[in-house]
Design a protein around this ligand. Structure first.
Ligand SMILES: *Cc1c(COP(=O)(O)O)cnc(C)c1O
Length: 405
């Protein structure tokens, strides 16, 4: 039976490879952080691939918590106190009091009524739309929204409308088009991860109020570090209390392990608990991660110094790169896209960076539009000024390599 399908799969793989779209994975030995040990890197000189240290500029570890000893200790203690796993979904036998604590703690952190945990933000986005919206409703979605929002929206029977990234005139046109819908909901990422652009939430909330629409923001690339208290893009943009639904991940700034949530109005969260399929039919978050995330929230709440360091690190990188004549997309987020535009050139610069032990990733079509290939640099509060300067120096050297050919 397998024969023909094997051919088919091999053909698909060949096609991906010939298009230059094969995604490799670097094997990290040890913990995530600004310095990583990398296995099996081939020095290209015939010697056995060994292990080397690299500077890391492509993790979502914005607050540097992924290997924080306080999180590690909390997770270890939780293994002793709460065990390894729950072996159940929440409503059958899978709720520990610490799961309830985390939901209350998260709601308090975000300044909303309530929150519900999912195994990932991908699952949160997969469950929220189908549960809340039906064929009479309209979901109006930013064109650059995360894949999990797109997939989650597809699972609902609601009418789907799209507006160009951050285009408020188009958003308003879609709101008018959907005037006959029972409910309308505007859906946007808080931060668009390929650009580091922040959604125009104030104008979105104004339009939502004008047209009687709900607003859902996926704040995965913001929760914990944007805004004076780390409450994310609503805090940064001064629209707290005007967002109906927040989704987000624990897999980035808040410790970087895994888990996601939907947060917002009491009744909506209660309804999700009754009907959201990834909540009802998928295992509970593991005890160690719940404990680690509780600690991450405590740290994030008071992490004013780390947030200031993160802002300073992004500013240091931006100004040094601009002084060296690199083209950056403008912005205020610790995602800093360095534009090379040509896909092959971008790939070669990234390789040059990695050969200098600086780990960065090139993004080209179809992840970003054609002719907009880039290296996306992500700063962390855990980077030192020296590490940032080394990254800039590697960019300069890698650019020289490419120019010399
Ligand atoms: C990373 C990310 C997700 C996925 O989060 P997981 O918890 O890893 O599933 C969802 N939405 C956005 C906007 C993200 O950036």
């Amino acid at each position: 039976m397998y024969g023909a399908f094997k051919e088919h799969a091999a053909d698909e793989l060949r096609g991906i490879d010939e298009a230059g779209l094969t995604k490799g994975e670097l094997g990290i030995r040890g913990a995530q952080g600004p310095r990583i040990r990398v296995a099996g890197a081939d020095a290209g000189d015939g010697t056995a691939p060994g292990e080397r240290e690299m500077l890391n500029f492509c993790a979502n570890d914005y607050l540097g918590l992924a290997d924080d000893p306080r999180l590690v200790a909390a997770a270890k203690d939780a293994l002793d106190e709460w065990g390894y796993g729950l072996a159940s979904v929440r409503f059958i036998c899978g709720t520990q009091t610490q799961h309830l604590d985390l939901e209350r703690r998260l709601a308090r952190f975000l300044g909303v009524d309530d929150a519900i945990l999912f195994s990932s933000c991908f699952d949160a986005n997969g469950g929220v739309f189908e549960t809340l919206f039906g064929a009479e409703d309209a979901i109006i979605s930013d064109a650059l929204n995360h894949a999990s929002l797109i997939d989650g929206i597809r699972l609902s029977k609601a009418r789907r409308l799209r507006y160009a990234n951050g285009d408020l005139a188009e958003l308003e046109a879609r709101l008018r088009e959907a005037a006959d819908a029972r409910f309308r909901v505007i859906v946007t990422d808080g931060v668009f991860s390929m650009d580091g652009a922040i959604a125009p939430l104030e104008a979105i909330c104004d339009l939502a109020e004008q047209y009687g629409a709900l607003v859902l923001v996926d704040d995965s690339h913001a929760v914990g570090f944007l805004g004076a208290h780390g409450r994310g893009t609503p805090e940064l943009r001064g629209v707290e209390g005007r967002i109906d639904l927040l989704t987000g991940t624990f897999g980035k700034a808040l410790g970087g392990a895994s888990g996601g949530y939907v947060a917002g109005h009491r009744e909506v969260i209660a309804l999700l608990r009754q009907r959201a399929r990834p909540y009802l039919f998928s295992n509970t978050l593991s005890p160690a991660i719940v404990a680690g995330t509780l600690t991450a929230l405590d740290i994030a709440e008071g992490a004013h110094d780390a947030r200031e360091r993160l802002v300073a690190n992004a500013a240091r990188f931006r100004s040094a790169m601009e002084a060296e004549g690199f083209e950056l997309l403008p912005g205020e987020h610790p995602i800093v896209p360095v534009m090379f535009r040509d896909a092959v050139l971008t790939q070669r610069v990234a390789e040059g960076m990695r050969s200098r032990d600086v780990f960065v990733t090139a993004f080209s079509y179809p992840v970003v539009p054609k002719g907009e290939a880039r290296i996306r640099v992500q700063l962390s509060a855990a980077h030192t000024p020296e590490q940032i300067d080394a990254c800039v120096a590697a960019f300069v050297a890698a650019r020289e390599d490419v120019a010399g050919d």
